[in-house]
Design a protein around this ligand. Structure first.
Ligand code: CA
Length: 417
């Protein structure tokens, strides 16, 4: 089925597009994942077409959990469960096959550095993958594993240093690696620095906000990513990799949309009761960093992820956390967009009064009823209907600010109730 596929965050938003519009592709993806497990003993993370030693994480788990949550059932669930569990407890002949550093990760709650290259990025990806496995296990009645892996999904906490307010590397003894420089690329991170990986808690933004000191503090931290100078330390790379050069060229501070690790970050304002900041930034990225020209991408495309970000964002929503079956709201680019769904139904997105200046959502109706949430569910979209937004040039600071309006987080939302 594949020629070249990376399931690192390079593919994470492509798969949800399939689940919405091309379910037959999702069916094929699920089957091909299990075929690879049958043939090699591991799910693929980067196949071309066999296992390739490339990139990090266990995003095969994200693909399966996401499809399962969205109702795709044409899969051998016992085999899928066995394969997913095995993916977290073993490593193949290459470091990207299975889980590099799994013994230390399960023992310490993080992958130690410098024992393992890109250890902190791996820890954050593994914690998300553990949450994906837990949701799948819970859904098929594997309660003990669900419980164990929901706890492991909190391992991101082990790398957050509240003294500096960033994710950072720890050694095997549990000591922070010194000196810390949030602009230092590589080393414990993958094609990024701590400015990009600190937001890599897709399944528990609430938990991250609590670690940071609250919604307002985290929101200000996100703001500061854009206002920080676009300086860099190329760290272990030893030279300016193209992802660094692209971040500098974009001139949006430390925000590096040209590479994948940070591409979900703007949407996080929706979890912090400040959705209007997401609306403004998302439109800025769409209008400034993409164009219909041969050099219309601001960085590498990576298996469709950078395009999938745009397609979703232009529609007005984005899958921040595959596995939740939620799409977090942004700011639709068009006055009207119609999704023709495989069922024959349509989902119409009407953004009246939309323009280059009118990027803020004033109010929203879903099928004629006032809609206050900062996210749509997969079910709401595939059921078909009308999503009517009224756009404005000024933020509506009263919409999307109640606890019930915030997207899913594993940790109970108890901040500023
Ligand atoms: Ca990339």
């Amino acid at each position: 089925m594949y020629t070249d596929n990376g399931f690192w965050d390079t593919f994470r938003a492509v798969h949800p597009l399939f689940t919405l519009l091309y379910p037959e592709v999702t069916e094929g993806v699920l089957q091909s994942l299990l075929n690879t497990y049958d043939e090699s003993g591991f799910l693929p993370e980067w196949a071309s077409p066999g296992h390739r030693n490339c990139m990090i994480g266990n995003n095969s788990l994200s693909l399966i959990a996401d499809a399962w949550q969205k109702g795709f059932r044409n899969i051998d669930k016992e085999k899928a469960f066995k394969a997913m569990l095995n993916q977290t407890l073993a490593q193949g002949s290459e470091s990207s096959v299975g889980r590099n550093g799994y013994e230390d990760y399960h023992k310490l709650g993080y992958v130690p550095y410098p024992d393992y290259y890109e250890a902190s990025a791996k820890t954050l990806e593994y914690a998300y993958a553990d949450w994906c496995l837990a949701t799948f296990a819970e859904s098929i009645g594997e309660r003990a594993i669900a419980k164990e892996y929901f706890i492991k999904s909190q391992n991101y906490r082990n790398l957050f240093d509240s003294n500096v307010g960033f994710m950072r590397a720890k050694n095997k003894k549990g000591e922070w690696i010194e000196p810390f420089d949030a602009t230092e690329w590589g080393g414990p991170f993958t094609e990024g620095c701590s400015w990009h990986y600190t937001w890599s808690v897709f399944h528990d933004v609430e938990g991250l906000a609590q670690l940071m000191g609250g919604y307002e503090v985290m929101s200000q931290r996100l703001d500061s990513m854009f206002s920080a100078p676009n300086t860099f330390n190329y760290g272990t790379y030893g030279f300016v990799i193209h992802e660094i050069a692209e971040m500098v060229a974009l001139n949006m501070g430390q925000y590096a949309h040209g590479n994948q690790p940070v591409q979900h970050a703007i949407y996080l304002y929706n979890y912090l009761k400040q959705p209007w900041k997401a609306q403004q930034r998302i439109r800025e990225v769409m209008c400034r960093l993409y164009s219909a020209t041969p050099d219309g991408y601001c960085g590498d495309e990576d298996n469709g992820q950078t395009s999938a970000w745009y397609v979703f964002s232009a529609l007005g929503f984005y899958p921040v956390c595959p596995g939740t079956a939620e799409y977090v709201l942004g700011s639709p680019l068009f006055q009207k967009a119609t999704l023709t769904l495989p069922s024959g139904k349509t989902f119409e997105i009407n953004a009246s009064n939309n323009s280059l200046e009118n990027v803020y959502i004033k109010h929203v109706l879903l099928n004629g009823k006032t809609f206050e949430h900062n996210y749509l569910t997969h079910k709401q979209i595939v059921s078909g209907g009308k999503f009517d937004l009224k756009m404005s040039n000024t933020p509506n600071k009263k919409r999307g600010v109640e606890i019930d309006d915030l997207p899913y987080s594993y940790t109970e939302k108890k901040l500023e109730k």
